[in-house]
Design a binder for this molecule. Structure first.
Ligand code: MLC
Ligand code: AMP
Length: 506
């Protein structure tokens, strides 16, 4: 039996090597990880979950949650992680669309979720954070205790699906990106080699594990190289400062780096032993890159990726890491910069839409063949929607986006989704949602609305959308105007709005 992703990640594991060090002092060896993931795989099989079934998971970050991902892979199930910030109404859409055989939620939200899973006839189990002092956390961990620590992996080939990750869309409807065993494995092996990860590495892991960055880039690279990770529940500055001296590497979104630069405890001495700082998921300002180098003497390595493609490009490990660029295409990955209308490849230096092809590129959107056809060309190139150019030395620079997308602290927000929620509010006639520069999150969501003559109270609107939209999608400010600026075609000129409100959080 072969299971491409599991065999690739655990093929030559050292049972005694340390996989994870937890903030409460617990330590997980590779053998422990193999055994716990076997317990989960056995449990899923006992629940009747079969190859190709989806397992949706919205749980607080824990090492057990990461091992549930491995358990799903071993059982042939498709892992479907969901942002912990999603509201019940957002979850309801994902569950309806993906029709999972099982939904695992936070024990604290089980009552809220039960109504949804009952109506969709989906099995509901819970998983909280297992801590030394509270040895049980939810039904899944409890039930997995009595299952065997060995499991005969389900046979899974390269093109079998390993995960579905939802990514929001321009129309306001999220799309499930289908990622195969081969997509994930090829990318983790490429990154491990390129970034020179080895079993001596200790990665400081402070990212969430429901998105590509924290889940696949970080965890898969650690597993593929037999390295260890200090597994924090999130980005907590004091913990980062405490644990940096025992780490060799860190992966983060730009907000991690701007926050650390603002902390007087973050010094050259603190990180002098660090081998590698990696940034991605949102643009790292050249200014941050330079400031970081001035303070620490180290250059952040910036790379570029997407949910649909994993990682596409990276600055070099040994060569020059150029500020404001995302480096070169990864080995085995082809990148073209194309004319937005004709799709023809452009000359170096010209700005166009970045298209990408390679073993990392997903196979399409779940249940959305028409969306897949719009974005994935027949020749295998995926149209990213990012605007880019290549400089004279081949470094790629992301200069903007052709898609109407806001990236705030590394989370994507499609304005349409927020506009639809606001437009449901009584007395709002129309709304335009924009991203404006934000000193901490890079960009912040701002809503500009027109209301009818009954007037409207932004505080009430904010309160009402709380149950509809995850906190990070909610506007940091709602501005009421008489009319929205429009061009001669009647299209709202968001660039004018962005200019008008660019000072708000800069
Ligand atoms: C938190 N808030 C945010 C926010 N994160 N608002 C907008 N954008 C965000 N990203 C809200 C909180 O709910 C809170 O609201 C207020 O802002 C202040 O929060 P905070 O305590 O300062 O935030 P914190 O918990 O410290 O989180 C910030 C963060 C986190 C940057 C550490 O957002 C984060 O971990 N981001 C990483 C996202 C990520 O992993 N992206 C990868 C996607 S994969 P209130 O109401 O309580 O005041 C991908 C592909 C690729 O993109 O290339 O990698
Ligand atoms: P997501 O859909 O959450 O995976 O986000 C993917 C998007 O994040 C890409 O399409 C880019 O717009 C953006 N992104 C990721 N890495 C970078 C980077 N290093 N620089 C600029 N944008 C980035």
């Amino acid at each position: 039996m072969t299971n491409q992703l599991f065999d690739g990640l655990f093929g030559h594991y050292n049972p005694d090597a340390l996989l994870a060090i937890l903030p409460d002092g617990r330590r997980y060896t590779y053998q422990g990880a193999v055994e716990t993931s076997a317990r989960f795989a056995n449990l899923l099989t006992d629940y009747g979950i079969q190859k190709g079934d989806r397992v949706a998971v919205q749980v607080p970050k824990s090492i057990e949650a990461a091992l549930l991902y491995i358990g799903c892979i071993r059982a042939g199930a498709i892992f479907l992680p969901l942002n912990t910030a999603y509201t019940a109404s957002e979850i309801s859409y994902f569950l309806e669309d993906a029709a999972p055989a099982l939904f695992v939620c936070d024990p604290d939200r089980a009552d809220e979720m039960k109504a949804i899973t009952d109506s969709l006839n989906i099995r509901l189990e819970t998983m909280g954070v297992l801590q030394a002092e509270t040895p049980e956390a939810g039904s899944l961990i409890h039930n997995a205790k009595s299952t065997p620590t060995e499991f005969k992996n389900m046979d899974c080939a390269g093109d079998d699906l390993a995960a579905i990750l939802y990514t929001s869309g321009t129309t306001g409807r999220s799309k499930g990106a289908m990622l195969s065993h081969a997509n994930l494995l090829s990318n983790s092996q490429t990154l491990k080699d390129l970034w020179q990860f080895t079993s001596d590495d200790v990665l400081l892991h402070a990212l969430p594990i429901f998105h590509t960055h924290g889940l696949f880039v970080a965890i898969n690279v650690v597993l593929a190289s037999g390295a260890s990770m200090i597994f924090l529940s999130g980005f907590k500055q004091d913990e980062i400062i405490n644990h940096l001296p025992s780490s060799t590497s860190m992966m983060g979104v730009p907000t991690f780096y701007t926050r650390l630069l603002g902390d007087e405890r973050f010094t050259r001495e603190l990180v002098s032993h660090m081998r590698l700082f990696i940034s991605g998921s949102a643009p790292l300002l050249a200014e941050t890159h330079i400031q970081f180098e001035e303070l620490t003497g180290q250059k952040i390595l910036e790379r570029y990726g997407m949910t649909e493609t994993n990682m596409n490009t990276s600055n070099p490990y040994d060569g020059e890491r150029r500020a404001g660029t995302v480096g070169f295409p990864l080995p085995g990955v082809s990148v073209k910069i194309c004319h937005p209308e004709t799709g023809d490849e452009l000359a170096d230096g010209e700005i166009g839409i970045l298209e990408v092809k390679g073993p990392n590129v997903f196979s399409g959107y779940w249940n959305m063949p028409e969306k897949t056809a719009e974005e994935l060309r027949e020749n295998g190139f995926f149209i990213t929607g990012d605007l880019a150019k290549k400089d004279e030395d081949g470094y790629i620079q992301i200069v903007g986006r052709s898609k109407d997308l806001i990236i705030s602290g590394g989370y994507n927000i499609y304005p349409k989704e927020v506009e639809l929620a606001l437009d449901e509010e009584e007395n709002i006639v129309e709304s335009a949602v924009i991203g404006v520069p934000h000193s901490d999150f890079g960009e912040a969501v701002v809503a500009v609305v027109v209301c009818n003559d009954k007037g409207f109270d932004p505080t009430i609107a904010m309160q009402n959308i709380k149950s509809k939209l995850a906190r990070y999608k909610q506007p940091k400010e709602i501005i009421v105007v008489e009319t929205l600026p429009r061009n001669t075609m009647g299209k709202v000129q968001k660039n004018i709005l962005r200019d008008s409100y660019s000072h708000l959080f800069a």
